[in-house]
Design a protein around this ligand. Structure first.
Ligand SMILES: C[S@@+](CC[C@H](N)C(=O)[O-])C[C@H]1O[C@@H](n2cnc3c(N)ncnc32)[C@H](O)[C@@H]1O
Length: 459
């Protein structure tokens, strides 16, 4: 199936429609979207763990447009932006966007992907950046081979032993060239252009490091296998730049450059930058649990953000601690959540019998509840929110996040509309892990998702 068609299965009959913007019945859509292209336009600029499927956003926007609830020019908000799938898809459909994330890499990626760039400026920046880069990087390698020092290059705070040399010096040389071009660029869009090329550097950084491919946690390639890992930084970077420029070209041709995309590096439990009753629709996928025992977004982002985006080691190490349910969270666990959500109460009871993970679960849902309250504040009364949630396990106990989400939101005054089930056919997630952290013991972490659709309280 291509991206131009989708199948709606109604009873035994299957209809193919021209695009996802004519959805009239949410329960008739196959939300799994298996086989669809999820990397189109700027969606494919950079990997990110647990990305949302763009078609989910497209279908929801189409449906609510058909219902007359929203229309192009309205504001779409995502409190858990990640790599910005909601923002990109909403811009493609003609909307303004706002997004929040506590991970600096996520905030930069969202901006880089959602803000269209003028193609002539992009090409001009690329010419200046790539011009004699191959020659400069060759000189770096020659100096390294001759035993010269690189005092003029500020070494990033990456951990000892995670990068081959002289490749790390080559990455720093590209970083400095982008910095210099940004500072001296004659004309508009300097920061947006520089950010765009840092995405290619970020990806190149990851491919250059000794981190094992396909892993979202930081696992090193074993020392015995590192002989084969001698990446050509120029070739990798040049390839990423070419692919990214093509993606941006196709995106920039399709979106209205007059619309706006804002992204905040902020905690969605407070969402201070988003005004009360200002948002027309929220489409979001929250983390499945605390980052450390589910998806370690900070670990994934650490080296790329330090090298390409010049973030500090401490800031990046903090991301997994300040995410929902993390160890550095500040909210007191809210005991009353159990009264408000029978599904949470039942889950905590089982966890209490098993071991001490009930406290961890309560801390996570306390944080998540604070985000629900903020969403109720920023969403216009009666307007829709879609929570795309996965049900993880803790200590082999299934956590019914879709039910808990529904019950806690209802407590705040949201109206439940639908819970739409979907499988996750190709999402890069740890489907198996060791919940008890016992080596060799594995268990199913998450295998399907639910889209919980609700409308905001009326007053
Ligand atoms: C499932 S991912 C979102 C993926 C995104 N929909 C995409 O397509 O890339 C969840 C995100 O929530 C972010 N996050 C966790 N706690 C947060 C908080 N308190 N405030 C804002 N973002 C948070 C994580 O950093 C992560 O990027």
């Amino acid at each position: 199936m291509t991206d131009d068609h989708y199948q709606v299965t109604l009873g035994s009959s299957t209809r193919v429609r021209d695009d996802l913007r004519d959805v009239t019945d949410l329960t008739a859509v196959d939300w799994t979207f298996e086989g669809w292209n999820t990397q189109q336009h700027t969606h494919g600029l950079h990997p990110y763990p647990a990305r949302m499927i763009p078609q989910i956003v497209r279908a929801l926007l189409g449906y609510y447009e058909n219902q007359g609830v929203i229309s192009p020019g309205d504001l779409v908000y995502d409190p858990f932006s990640g790599s910005g799938t909601t923002s990109v898809e909403a811009r493609l459909a003609g909307y303004d966007t706002k997004a929040n994330d506590i991970n600096p890499l996520a905030a930069f990626l969202t901006l880089a992907k959602a803000r269209p760039l003028p193609v002539d400026r992009l090409e001009a920046f690329r010419r200046d950046l790539m011009g004699d880069l191959a020659v400069e990087l060759r000189a770096v390698r020659e100096r390294y081979a001759a035993g010269d020092g690189f005092e003029e290059l500020e070494e990033p705070e990456v951990r000892e032993g995670w990068f081959p040399q002289p490749q790390l010096y080559e990455l720093c040389t590209i970083r400095d060239r982008i910095d210099e071009l940004e500072a001296t660029w004659d004309g508009e869009h300097a920061a947006d252009l520089a950010r765009f090329f840092r995405v290619a550097l970020s990806r190149t950084t990851r491919e250059t490091s000794y981190q094992r491919n396909g892993e979202y946690k930081r696992y090193l390639i074993p020392e015995s296998n590192r002989g084969d890992h001698d990446p050509n930084v120029y070739e990798l970077f040049d390839r990423e730049v070419s692919a990214n420029v093509d993606m941006m070209r196709s995106y920039a041709e399709r979106v209205d450059h007059e619309r706006s995309s804002e992204v905040y590096l902020a905690d969605s439990r407070t969402a201070a930058d988003v005004a009360t009753d200002s948002v027309d629709i929220v489409i979001t996928s929250p983390p499945y649990g605390d980052h450390s025992t589910t998806v370690a977004y900070g670990e994934f982002s650490q080296d790329p953000a330090i090298v390409a985006w010049e973030r500090t080691y401490d800031e990046m190490r903090n991301v997994d601690k300040i995410g929902l349910g993390g160890s550095a969270r500040k909210l007191e666990p809210l005991e009353t959540l159990e009264e408000w959500s029978p599904s949470l109460e039942a889950t905590l009871d089982v966890l209490r019998e098993k071991d001490g993970r009930a406290e961890d679960a309560l801390e996570f849902f306390t944080d998540y509840y604070a985000v629900m309250e903020q969403v109720a504040r920023v969403l216009k009364p009666g307007h829709p929110i879609a929570w795309v949630v996965a049900n993880r396990t803790m200590s082999r106990v299934n956590i019914p996040t879709h039910l808990i989400t529904t019950e806690l939101c209802e407590r705040i005054g949201f109206d439940h509309q639908h819970t739409l089930a979907r499988e996750i056919p190709n999402k890069k997630l740890p489907l198996e892990n060791a919940p008890e952290n016992t080596p060799g013991v594995t268990g199913e972490l998450m295998a399907n998702e639910n889209i919980v659709v609700m409308t905001a309280p009326d007053d």
